[in-house]
Design a protein around this ligand. Structure first.
Ligand SMILES: CC1(C)CN=C(N2CCN(c3ncnc4sc(CCF)cc34)CC2)S1
Length: 489
């Protein structure tokens, strides 16, 4: 059993980030599993004290002494900890026989959390992810509900219930072999929640939302990594509370050094983003972290996750490494092409839309102002990766009930492709080789033959001649060459 032990209590009062690190380290390194309720309450109190309106005002007029935190007294934590255990134990039978959880039990715990939430509130607000928010404000966001259910099950002695994470949703696994799944929270806006049901076997299982059934299935230590990743340092739309950001970075390094981020690509990516802003002495550089996140997704999740490539692409873009950014985004597109687009996939749709219609056009603008020989407009591999990027989005649309592309995509796309001269475009040759069935089979073993689209294998990208491409790309490249041949076109 986890629990608020005397050795934890001895660490209080906590006055600074080092004190918080000691509490987390103590919880993570001791034989028994870390107490999710305790750590979520502590992280939530600190985040609330340092990002509340009063803290914002204070920060702006007299920055608090660096590395200091408002003093965290044990009483503040204990009251909330007992309250959470009280809510759980007065509504649900604790696990006296140490048996695996049942679907009814998981649904029951989800109902206790669900029915105790404020009737209506703005669900996307910041700082609604922790048990502190739940216990003091009766508000939780979508992730927060799932986390609270897992923490509640731990408090009741059901140690088989664990958090399962996709790139935009959370649910739980449970049972003797940890193979049972259950929805415990809502997703998106205006969708009926599916709480209690097992995770999609139907069409939804081919949507990005469920990552082709390759979710991050957390251990207790990885659930701590999830709560640390969910720490939100934002003071307002433009500023972060420096101490909260530093605490999150230090906690992620603690988890990284203990090996608990190995199978958690998004947490490694979050650490990479923080490191890019303020690199920590003696640690691997953020560029390496983004590469490690990709390796983790390729190793443990059959390369079915998109975000590791968009973490890396975003880094290259911010650092004006545009050729590299195109390759990362093309790799992201190679992941999404295997999915069917469904209305639950808005978040990743917005991600690709921003890359295609904001980031790439910005790059083309800044690149076409200069005429240096090193310009990406002279590099065939850049053109090739852009085509691979667009082709992946086209293929994502294929076979999906919901369309992806619309006229808003076409103009930036044609503008981008036509920035490459024909002599550069001519150097990009793509042969449509036999599509490996297991890699590209999109639906129950059938796969599209060469007449529907070309799948580009990154390695042989350069020495192939251009044959048939996804019809819309082919039409667009033809339109571009038409445009270039007849300028008045
Ligand atoms: C490249 C990016 C746009 C930058 N930040 C990104 N994210 C920020 C952090 N995110 C996350 N970070 C750690 N764990 C999780 S679990 C989850 C699904 C809801 F439960 C999201 C998420 C989501 C993705 S993707």
């Amino acid at each position: 059993m986890a629990g608020f032990r005397d050795s934890d209590k001895a660490l209080f009062p906590i006055k600074n980030i080092t004190g918080v690190l000691q509490l987390f380290r103590h919880q993570l390194e001791n034989a028994r599993e870390p107490d999710l309720a305790l750590l979520s309450i502590v992280a939530g109190i600190i985040e609330s004290k340092l990002t509340s309106r009063s803290a914002a005002a204070l920060q702006l007029c007299e920055p608090i002494e660096p590395n200091s935190l408002p003093v965290l007294e044990i009483h503040d934590v204990q009251v909330l900890y007992e309250k959470f255990h009280g809510i759980m134990k007065s509504n649900v039978e604790p696990n006296k026989s140490n048996s695996p959880a049942t679907r009814d039990l998981v649904k029951r715990v989800s109902d206790v959390i669900w029915n105790s939430l404020t009737r209506s509130y703005y669900k996307d607000k910041a700082h609604l992810q922790s048990l502190y928010s739940y216990l003091t404000g009766s508000k939780l966001d979508c992730f927060g509900v799932a986390f609270a259910v897992v923490a509640g099950c731990q408090a009741l002695g059901y140690n088989d219930v664990h958090l399962a994470l996709s790139e935009d949703h959370a649910w739980v696994v449970f049972g003797e072999h940890g193979t049972e799944t259950a929805e415990v929270t809502w997703h998106g806006k205006g969708n009926e929640d599916k709480r209690g049901q097992e995770i999609g076997k139907g069409v939804s299982s081919r949507s990005w939302l469920y990552v082709n059934n390759k979710p991050v299935v957390c251990t207790r230590n990885m659930e701590v990594a999830a709560l640390v990743s969910a720490i939100n340092p934002s003071l307002n739309a433009t500023h972060d509370a420096y101490e909260v950001s530093l605490l999150q970075q230090e906690l992620l390094w603690l988890l990284y050094d203990l090996g608990h981020l190995k199978k958690y690509p998004m947490a490694i990516g979050n650490l990479g983003d923080l490191e890019e802003i303020s690199p920590k002495e003696g640690k691997v550089p953020c560029k390496t972290l983004f590469e490690e996140a990709i390796t983790s997704a390729r190793t443990y999740y059959n390369n079915q996750h998109v975000y590791p490539y968009t973490y890396q692409g975003g880094y290259f873009y911010r650092n004006k490494m545009y050729k590299e950014a195109f390759e990362s985004w093309a790799n992201a597109s190679d992941v999404i092409r295997l999915y069917n687009y469904s209305r639950d996939d808005e978040e990743i749709y917005k991600e690709f839309l921003e890359i295609a219609n904001e980031l790439i056009p910005h790059i083309m603008k800044v690149e076409s102002s200069g005429f240096s020989a090193s310009s990406i407009l002279k590099k065939p591999e850049c053109f090739a990766n852009l085509l691979r990027f667009y082709d992946g989005i086209c293929q994502w649309e294929e076979g999906s009930a919901t369309p992806v592309l619309h006229i808003g995509w076409a103009k930036p796309l044609v503008n981008t492709i036509s920035k490459f001269d024909s002599d550069v475009r001519a150097q990009v040759n793509i042969i449509c080789d036999k599509l490996e069935e297991e890699k590209l089979s999109k639906k129950n073993g059938t796969y599209f033959n060469n007449n529907n689209y070309a799948s580009l294998n990154q390695t042989n990208l350069k020495e192939k001649d251009l044959t048939n491409f996804h019809p819309s790309i082919e039409a667009l490249t033809a339109a571009c060459s038409e445009k270039i041949l007849n300028p008045e076109y």
